[in-house]
Design a protein around this ligand. Structure first.
Ligand code: FAD
Length: 431
């Protein structure tokens, strides 16, 4: 199986029989696993990096086969420039890397709204945002829905923007305290795709692709990581798979993880977020590169928000989130594309079909290697973030986006979590 996988440039393939002894096994070659591998290499710690999928990058994945231009299936917005190591990597990469602008067009009932009406939306948006902020600052570990104003005719649109569009969750499903403890940021774009940056950062690493960890035994002295290509024995394991994979028991732990760790995994569940990408031959949105399109959202919550003409490629990322994203993913790609096309026609008329080239939709929730988009604390679950990061028996270390204190849900957070965990593990295995 392994032989079939194409390697990203600069990656080395691990030997086909993995049975061996090493110091540390890293499970998962997404942003966190890649950065953990670099950090261990920097510390001179022997390690083996295994990845269940046939590529590196995990939830940061760019490919150009579908549309002939870079398409980010997962992460696209490069966030947190002060702390995200990908910011400097992007600057040094030679790729076009630039700050996002914030031009919006907003539609309601088939027509663009007046400036005054758009102003009303932003007022309501600020009210909802302010209410969640206030509750979060006060440490209220309650649902964002329980504190958010809902009466205004634009309220559902604001709820959509702050919940499904940003968090991949309905407002009822995430905690104000957790939301408040996440860093704010300005977005940047890499025209070659965020996934390209992450894959490039893996250059020089040796990775065992198509090698899932099926079972981790940690009851003895060190750990034994079972894979279809053999068992790797090590002093410690860094597990970077999503909380969705852990909650679904995609890896069997023997003995079972401590109850508090299991509770933490379930308290920080994944959200649901998909790109329904539509390629158009002309910029029918009329905003130049990287404009935003929103439409009025009704009580049914059936909505998308779009990033239009991304980096001038003609691709519109029409994004759905939360429970509606889940429903649409279950309905299938055709239903997802139909939904978006119907809405776009309603807003922009016949130009949409005249300039339509191609469309596709991602399906992160159903993918057993991810089971969602990114994680956030359910109401009442905020204190469990810290528990999630606690090493188990000094040899099982969870890392990845969900384990970062305030850059969770981001590639930058995953990178930093992988790096910091690896440094802690290097100390643990040296001692
Ligand atoms: C649609 C979408 C949009 C997003 N938008 C943004 C954005 O704009 N900006 C941003 O910063 N972030 C964004 N994110 C979030 C970001 O992509 C993630 O936070 C980050 O990439 C997570 O990295 P990670 O290493 O923690 O986990 P992952 O990327 O999930 O890496 C874990 C790896 O483990 C592998 N794995 C799973 N099971 C096993 C197993 N049993 N054995 C071995 N390997 C296994 C997986 O295949 C995967 O490669 C988005 C995510 C999605 C899905």
């Amino acid at each position: 199986m392994c032989g079939a996988a194409a390697l990203a440039p600069g990656l080395a393939r691990a030997a086909s029989d993995l049975s061996s002894d090493t110091d540390v096994v890293i499970v998962g070659a997404g942003a966190a696993g890649i950065s953990a591998a670099h950090a261990l290499a920097g510390e001179g710690v022997r390690h083996v990096l295994i990845e269940a999928g046939s590529r590196v990058g995990g939830r940061a994945f760019t490919e150009s086969e579908t549309f002939g231009v870079p398409f980010d299936h997962g992460a696209h917005w490069v966030q947190n420039q002060e702390r995200n190591p990908y910011f400097n990597r992007a600057k040094a990469s030679g790729h076009r890397f630039y700050k996002a602008t914030e031009a919006y067009r907003i539609f309601r009932d088939g027509a663009e709204v007046s400036e005054a009406e758009a102003g009303r939306l932003w007022e309501v948006w600020d009210e909802v945002y302010g209410a969640i902020t206030e509750a979060g600052k006060a440490g209220e570990d309650v649902s964002a829905a329980s504190v958010s104003p809902s009466g205004d005719e634009w309220a559902q649109t604001a709820w959509f923007g702050i919940g499904p569009w940003e968090m991949g969750k309905d407002l009822k499903d995430f905690s104000c305290a957790d939301w408040w403890n996440s860093a704010d940021s300005v977005d940047w774009y890499c025209a070659e795709g965020y996934g390209t940056l992450v894959a490039e950062h893996a250059a020089g690493l040796t990775v065992a692709l198509e090698t899932p960890a099926t079972r981790i035994r940690w009851g003895g002295q060190g750990v034994e990581v079972e894979t279809p290509r053999g068992t790797v024995r090590a002093k410690a394991v860094i597990v970077t798979v999503s909380t969705g994979v852990l909650a679904a028991e995609g890896i069997v732990f023997e003995p079972a993880l401590p109850v508090e760790t299991q509770e933490a995994i379930h308290a920080i569940p994944m959200g649901d977020y998909n790109h329904i990408a539509v390629q158009l031959s002309e910029d029918i949105f009329g905003m130049g590169e990287d404009g935003y399109l929103l439409h009025h959202v009704g009580e049914d919550g059936e909505a998308f928000g779009a990033l239009t003409n991304a980096s001038g490629t003609g691709l519109a990322y029409c994004d759905v989130g939360g429970s509606f994203a889940r429903e649409l993913e279950e309905a299938g790609e055709e239903a997802a594309v139909d939904f978006v096309m119907g809405k776009l026609r309603g807003m922009l008329g016949g130009d949409v079909d005249r300039h339509f080239v191609k469309a596709t939709a991602t399906a992160w929730t159903a993918d057993p290697l991810f089971r969602g988009c990114y994680a956030s604390a359910a109401p009442g679950g905020y204190p469990m973030r810290e528990v999630l990061r606690r090493p188990v028996g000094e040899r099982v270390f969870l890392a990845g986006e969900a384990c970062h204190g305030d850059l969770w849900a981001t590639v930058g957070g995953a990178d930093l979590s992988g790096r910091d965990t690896a440094r802690a593990v290097a100390l643990a295995v040296a001692g």
